[in-house]
Design a protein around this ligand. Structure first.
Ligand code: CUA
Length: 171
């Protein structure tokens, strides 16, 4: 009986070690030494910029749009984002687990997303349309099913947003 307990403990230890290694392998080296001020992947939903109520499109006082998203095995949160055409859209994206890469199909735009850091890029989508957002970095068993969506609507169909309001395709 003692032997089984020992083997079980050994297996658990090995699993913990392996999952830690898998996780750490994707982190920027500075994060390992604690010098990084970026978001804490396991705590994204608890505090900071990437809590769920802050995700989606936000309108800045200048009229520019900021989109905050989380990439995680194997979804984007929110799964579908809506933005106006012809307006600079700044994406701020982080990962909850491993490295993901996304592109906006039909455009040249793409982003790499790393846990523990925020990727920021500004793109302007000149014309309305629906753009699929597939993941291009192998991130595990569900990688090939990992895709989000960006709906670009005519500017006059994108109702002005209140300060603090966040928008995605469902609301
Ligand atoms: Cu995320 Cu592949």
């Amino acid at each position: 009986m003692k032997k089984i307990g020992f083997i079980a403990a050994l297996v658990l230890f090995a699993m913990a070690l392996l999952s830690t290694r898998y996780y750490m392998a994707d982190l920027p080296i500075y994060h390992i030494f604690g010098g990084d001020q970026g978001p804490d992947p396991p705590a994204l939903h608890l505090r900071g910029e990437f809590v769920e109520s802050n995700l989606g499109a936000a309108e800045e006082p200048s009229g520019a749009i900021t989109v905050r998203m989380i990439a995680q095995q194997y979804v984007f949160v929110p799964q579908c984002v809506i933005v106006p055409a012809g307006v600079p859209v700044t994406f701020r994206i982080t990962s909850a687990d491993v490295v993901h890469m996304l592109s906006f199909l039909g455009t040249d735009y793409g982003l790499k997303v790393v846990p523990g850091a925020v990727t920021e890029e500004t793109f302007t989508f000149a014309k309305p349309g629906t753009f699929k957002i597939p993941c291009h970095e192998f991130c595990g068993a569900g990688h090939y099913a990992m895709r989000g969506q960006l709906d670009v609507v005519p500017r006059d169909q994108f109702a002005p947003m209140l300060p603090g309001e966040r928008r995605n395709c469902e609301r």
